[in-house]
Design a binder for this molecule. Structure first.
Ligand SMILES: NC(=O)c1ccc[n+]([C@@H]2O[C@H](COP(=O)([O-])OP(=O)(O)OC[C@H]3O[C@@H](n4cnc5c(N)ncnc54)[C@H](OP(=O)(O)O)[C@@H]3O)[C@@H](O)[C@H]2O)c1
Length: 274
């Protein structure tokens, strides 16, 4: 299927690993110019080199110009850093067509262990960051009559995940933001959707494995993985490339009538009927 994305621009936060990195590579394969941000300079340099190589390989195959790759460190919890990131991306790539709202997750905690500071940090990391990013990219998309915003949340929006109380409570608000913005922007050619990944093999899951080992809930990495695999009807964890393919579709031209949706990609982990 032609996603109709060649020549478009996309801004991706949390781009150095996991879903952000996989989405950057999926979009580059479609000919999208990308602006990539994350906090760590080293991780960003690695993904930049990978992205430039992917853009060159595509250009060579098609006999075209490589798509542009721009990077800048950004902490999505920091309002002024986000504003500077978006402004820099626009200067480098031109108007922004697509935006992946993504970053790190809050720490794994149960309710009794979560302090006021932990709640405030989680709200800043997940919700305030999304509000700010959308506020910065959406008006221009609406003015130009085309745009795609995808928010990365978690299956926690549909079903609480043990020990992830911060995620379970704050992420549904991020999807509520999706629904509000989707209604506001639908007549202006802009779609806003939420993806809710289940367990995928990224560094975020490696951190959950380390926690299971520390708490004695598993004796080895293999045992921790096997516990999830038993719970997942598909019998395996997802690959970040699988979520990236879904995100690229949601950003595509053919997905223009799909807005305000929460799309769970979890190998069947959520048991709810609706
Ligand atoms: N993997 C899963 O199974 C899974 C399941 C459900 C939900 N999720 C959620 O999906 C999101 C992405 O997960 P992932 O698996 O791709 O995680 P990951 O592999 O740990 O990658 C996270 C990315 O976000 C960046 N990042 C972290 N904190 C940031 C911040 N404050 N500002 C900007 N960038 C930040 C990281 O780079 P730096 O550290 O250098 O900033 C990295 O590039 C997270 O919110 C995670 O909780 C993941």
């Amino acid at each position: 299927m032609d996603l109709g994305l060649a020549g478009r621009t996309a801004l991706i936060t949390g781009a150095s690993r996991g879903f952000g990195r996989a989405t950057a590579l999926a979009l580059i394969a479609e000919g999208v110019h990308v602006a990539l941000g994350a906090r760590g300079v080293d991780g960003l340099a690695l993904v930049q080199a990978e992205a430039i190589e992917a853009a060159r390989a595509r250009a060579k195959r098609l006999g075209s110009q490589p798509t542009r790759v721009w990077t800048q460190p950004v902490d999505v919890s920091d309002a002024s850093a986000v504003a500077s990131f978006v402004a820099g991306a626009r200067d480098a790539l031109g108007p922004l067509d697509c935006c992946l709202v993504n970053g790190g997750g809050p720490p794994a905690l149960d309710f009794m262990a979560a302090s006021d500071d932990a709640w405030a940090d989680a709200t800043r990391l997940l919700l305030a960051s999304s509000v700010r990013l959308c506020r910065l990219v959406l008006p221009e998309m609406m003015e130009r009559g085309w745009g795609r915003i995808v928010q990365v949340t978690s299956v926690a929006v549909r079903q609480p995940v043990p020990d992830l109380v911060l995620s379970n409570v704050v992420r549904p608000a991020v999807h509520a933001l999706t629904r509000n913005l989707a209604v506001m922007a639908a007549r202006r050619g802009v779609t806003v959707n939420t993806v809710a990944p289940g367990f995928h093999l990224t560094s975020a899951v490696e951190r959950l494995i380390r926690r299971k080992l520390e708490l004695g809930e598993a004796g080895s990495r293999e045992e921790a993985l096997a516990q999830w695999e038993r719970d997942i009807p598909a019998g395996r964890l997802g690959r970040p490339e699988e979520l990236a393919a879904l995100i690229a579709f949601l950003m595509s031209e053919p997905a223009g009538y799909l807005t305000g949706q929460l799309i769970v990609s979890d190998g069947g982990w959520v048991r709810a009927q609706f």
